[in-house]
Design a protein around this ligand. Sequence first.
Ligand SMILES: [Mg+2]
Length: 368
Amino acid sequence: MFITKAEIYKIYLPLKEPFRISVTSMTNREIVLIKLYDKNGLIGIGESANFDYPFYEPDFNDGTIHLLKTYLIPAILNKKIDTIEELEAVYKLMRGNNFTKTVIESAFWHLKSQQTGKPLRKLWGGTKTKIPAAISIGLGVDLKDTIKRVLRYIDTFAPERAKVKIKPGIDVKLITAIRDRYPDLPLFVDANSAYTLKDISIFKELDEMDLLMIEQPLSYNDIVDHSILQKQIRTPICLDESINSYHTAEQAISIGACKIINIKPQRVGGYWQAKLVSELAAQNNIPVWCGGMIESGWGQLFNCHISTLSNFKYANDICLTKWYFADDILQREIPEKNGIIDVTKTDNLFKIDEAKLSKYTVAKITTS
Ligand SMILES: [Mg+2]
């Protein structure tokens, strides 16, 4: 690629229902997109699925915009960059900020796909054509409300599999209630770092409940305590928040901190790094799946394609627009049926609805 101009967009996509956490509440999903204009007339588009506030990952959108505008876009403008290695070399000295690197990288892959006429899945070596997708069911206001909410969801949608969030006070009793009604439903839980090793008795109880995995039970940046916990329970621990680079994945695997990895491509530094982490995990008999960050349809497409790699073996968290958003910027939504996405049918969906992009843009910066 040879980029002559770049545009950065901050957009607010309307959510179906407000997303509440302790520090903020959002009715719109704030997302950063870039368009890279190649000298041959092609445009590569990339998305960063940060949040506006660093409550989940240290990266945040205004930080991403600053880094793009001040450092990364000037570093790639009017230069010939043809390979992923050449691109990664541009930001090699930038520590962290992996979500920001991923915006540039996904635009690079979009350009590459257009230049070669190959879908992303083929550029990345994906071999599967159909991938499973699962929605994760959030917490209610208390235990009773959560049980009601989760059972209502499973009763209504009869999913092939379900992922539920847990936290102290809403864990063993919640899973007991689900198991009473659905003893055989493939079920996994995500604790989002809400526990410590002092809670070992809770994990011993959960260990008897036939769960596919317990995701990120302990601190968001820990691997050592997870390795201690994994040795005391049979249920596989799946690391999510803790896996923020290839190197961390190597370390986590080497000390037995997990038996499954939830790869968030943006957190490990991009889709190429996600591929490398999935291959490293495969060499160690650790299956992976793709995590979601409530991306717009654009980011969902990239996550669909990386999930076609052979070691993505569990249901992926593709945050489909129909599940989360009131509207989107894609011309056509990703089709899903009975929890399965036929990724071959998404090859031609990489088209932005420019009227909607313009409608939801709250800030735009042009650099050339
Ligand atoms: Mg998670």
